[in-house]
Design a protein around this ligand. Structure first.
Ligand SMILES: Nc1ncnc2c1ncn2[C@@H]1O[C@H](COP(=O)(O)OP(=O)(O)OP(=O)(O)O)[C@@H](O)[C@H]1O
Ligand SMILES: [Mg+2]
Length: 288
């Protein structure tokens, strides 16, 4: 029974920090004195999607199908086997408290997949994601129900985010005001326009201030006033020493709201640094 002394575990450092990442700590140059300790570590992350029934078409040549049926089947062909999409390929980086990080890259680069993996919505195929505290992917974590009123959805969504009923009640006015839906809050959500529903979902999911807030093009929905309020919320999360990730195809939004940016190309991290430098390099590659 040697080596099973439970006290031995006291010696183990369970906290993940910069020095745990292969290659050692990578100091990120920031003038910003508010950048704190690591809040998130992504270590050699791989995500593979398996698509069933997407293989090569195979002609139906045998079986009992009569000629006409066989011809119909052959017109579409028959999909067999599985295809694998390797969407994220060995991405590693460390994010800190108080940091806002933009994610740029072409369509299908793997940006949304990366955020979904950080939010814990899809398991890594390989590698690890360590998050200190809570993480929330804006608008996605709050699954709202169309047949219920906005008011009921605020309560349920708030509870799902870990708030107590009293905390939700205390923030109710603020959520309704932030969503800007007025008396529609007492109507069933199925009566909302898609913009109104998106605003309420956004407002609910920011009611609890998560340690890691992720936004995937959420700023593309809604009007100018709503965008302004959204960036105010991002600043609030940062002031509470949270970490913000912003995926956007608007280079301007990235440089305005993020200190740092990572550029992903075909699932691979190609550049990580100050947002203006990364955005400039990415924009240049798009022109080419
Ligand atoms: N649920 C899924 N099943 C199978 N493949 C998927 C799935 N979601 C994404 N993919 C594939 O994974 C790759 C990365 O997709 P992802 O949505 O992460 O890209 P993205 O960078 O967010 O693109 P966009 O800028 O268009 O939003 C793409 O090749 C895409 O086809
Ligand atoms: Mg996407």
């Amino acid at each position: 029974m040697a080596g099973t002394d439970p006290r031995a575990f006291d010696e183990i450092d369970f906290e993940a920090d910069d020095t745990d990442v292969p290659g050692g700590p990578e100091p990120v140059a920031h003038d910003d004195a508010t950048i704190g300790p690591p809040s998130l570590i992504v270590d050699d992350l791989h995500i593979r999607y398996r698509i069933i029934g997407s293989g090569k078409r195979q002609a139906v040549t045998d079986g009992p199908a009569p000629g006409r049926v066989r011809r119909l089947l052959n017109r579409g062909g028959q999909h067999v086997g599985t295809t694998e999409v390797h969407a994220v390929r060995g991405v590693s980086f460390v994010a800190h408290h108080g940091e806002s990080i933009g994610i740029v890259g072409r369509n299908g680069a793997g940006k949304s997949t990366l955020l979904r993996a950080i939010a814990g919505l899809i398991p890594p195929s390989q590698g690890t994601v360590y998050v200190r505290g809570t993480s929330s992917l804006l608008g996605v974590n709050a699954a709202l129900m169309g047949q219920l009123s906005g008011e009921r959805n605020i309560m349920l969504g708030g509870l799902a985010l870990g708030l107590t009923p009293d905390q939700v009640r205390a923030r109710f006015e603020e959520i309704v005001e932030f969503a800007g839906i007025g008396d529609f809050v007492y109507m069933p959500m199925k009566a909302y326009s898609s913009g109104m529903a998106a605003r309420l979902r956004f407002a609910i999911s920011t009611a609890a201030i998560p340690d890691v807030l992720m936004i995937d093009e959420a700023l593309a929905t809604g009007d100018a006033e709503f965008r302004a309020r959204s960036s105010a919320k991002i600043r609030e999360v940062k002031e509470h020493a949270g970490t913000v990730f912003l995926v956007s195809h608007s280079n301007k939004a990235i440089t305005q709201m993020c200190d740092r940016a990572v550029w992903i190309e075909k699932g691979v991290l190609v550049m990580d640094g100050p947002s203006d430098e990364v955005v400039a390099a990415y924009a240049k590659s798009l022109k080419r």
